[in-house]
Design a protein around this ligand. Structure first.
Ligand SMILES: Nc1ncnc2c1ncn2[C@@H]1O[C@H](COP(=O)(O)OP(=O)(O)OP(=O)(O)O)[C@@H](O)[C@H]1O
Length: 249
C-alpha cells in the first residue's frame, strides 16, 4: 500500500515563477490497485509520480510504501519497491546492447522474479520464454541490439524487464505517448497483463481518455495540484467514456 498524507510541493518558492505543483494531496493506493491519473497539462500528475518515486521530495507531508516511511528516502533506495517506465522508449534500456544483455544488466541490478541471474544457456532460454510471452516474435531476435527495435517493441521489453524484478509498484508516465496507435495498444495490453500476473500496484498517467476508460481499477483526475475526481470499483466500471470527456469540458 502507498500512503500519501497531506503532501505539498512548490517549485521556485518565493520567486516570481513560483508554482504550487502539488497542493496538499492525501491518497491511499491499495495493494494490487491499478490507478489511472488524468488531468490537464500542468495539473501536477508527473510531480505526484516523482514524489512517489523519490526523484522529487515533498515540502510537507509524508509518503509511505508498505508501512515504511520513504518521505526522505532517495529514489535509488526506493527502487527495491518501484519500477518506472517513461514516455520515451529510449529511456530504460541500453541501445547498443542486445536484448539478452539488457536482461542480464537488469538481472544484475536486482534479484529477478522468475529468472536466475546468469550468463549461460539456461538464462538465455528463460529470457526467450518470457519474451515469447509478449507475442511479438522477439524471442528470435534476442541477440539483436536493442537500438534496432521499434519504439513499441522497446517499450514492451522495458515493461517486461521492469516487472520481473522484486518491485511491487509500477509507475507508468505516459508510456505510449510516443507510439503509433497499434504499438500503443500492444504496450498497454502488455502492461495490463503484467500488472495482473505479478499482482502489482500500478500508477498510470495518461492523456489518452480511451486508455483511461479501458484500463485500471481506479481513476483520479488532478487539477491545480489537487485530486478533483476519484472513482474506483463499480463507480469506475460504470463510468462512460463520455463522462470522462465531460471532466475536461
Ligand atoms: N522541476 C521543476 N521546476 C519548476 N517547475 C516545475 C518543475 N516540475 C514541474 N514544474 C511545474 O509544476 C507544474 C506541474 O507540473 P507537472 O509536470 O507535474 O504537471 P503534469 O500534470 O504532469 O503536466 P503534463 O500533462 O503537461 O505533463 C507545472 O506548472 C510545471 O511547470
Amino acid at each position: 500500500m502507498i500512503t500519501i498524507t497531506d503532501v505539498h510541493k512548490t517549485f521556485n518558492k518565493g520567486k516570481a515563477n513560483q508554482v504550487n505543483a502539488v497542493n496538499g494531496i492525501t491518497l491511499e493506493i491499495k495493494d494490487g490497485e491499478f490507478l489511472v491519473i488524468v488531468g490537464s497539462n500542468g495539473s501536477g500528475k508527473t510531480t505526484l509520480l516523482n514524489l512517489i518515486a523519490g526523484s522529487v521530495s515533498p515540502d510537507n507531508g509524508t509518503i509511505s510504501i508498505d508501512g515504511n516511511d520513504v518521505t526522505n528516502m532517495p529514489d535509488y533506495k526506493r527502487s527495491r519497491w518501484i519500477a518506472r517506465v517513461f514516455q520515451n522508449p529510449l529511456s530504460g534500456t541500453a541501445p547498443d546492447l542486445s536484448i539478452l544483455d539488457n536482461f542480464r544488466l537488469a538481472s544484475i541490478r536486482t534479484k529477478r522474479k522468475g529468472l536466475s541471474v546468469g550468463v549461460n544457456d539456461a538464462f538465455k532460454k528463460q529470457v526467450q520464454e518470457k519474451v515469447a510471452g509478449l507475442g511479438m516474435g522477439l524471442q528470435d531476435k534476442i541477440d539483436q541490439p536493442m537500438g534496432t527495435l521499434s519504439g513499441g517493441q522497446r517499450q514492451a521489453l522495458t515493461l517486461l524487464m521492469s516487472v520481473m524484478d522484486s518491485c511491487k509498484v509500477l509507475l507508468l508516465d505516459e508510456p505510449t505517448a510516443a507510439l503509433d496507435p497499434r504499438s500503443a495498444d500492444v504496450v498497454m495490453r502488455t502492461a495490463d497483463t503484467l500488472i495482473r500476473e505479478f499482482n502489482l500496484t500500478a500508477v498510470f498517467i495518461t492523456h489518452n481518455l480511451k486508455d483511461a476508460f479501458n484500463y485500471g481499477t481506479r481513476i483520479i483526475q488532478m487539477g491545480e495540484g489537487l485530486i478533483i475526481n476519484d472513482l474506483s470499483g463499480t463507480d469506475k466500471a460504470s463510468l462512460k467514456q463520455n463522462d470522462l470527456f465531460d471532466w475536461f469540458a
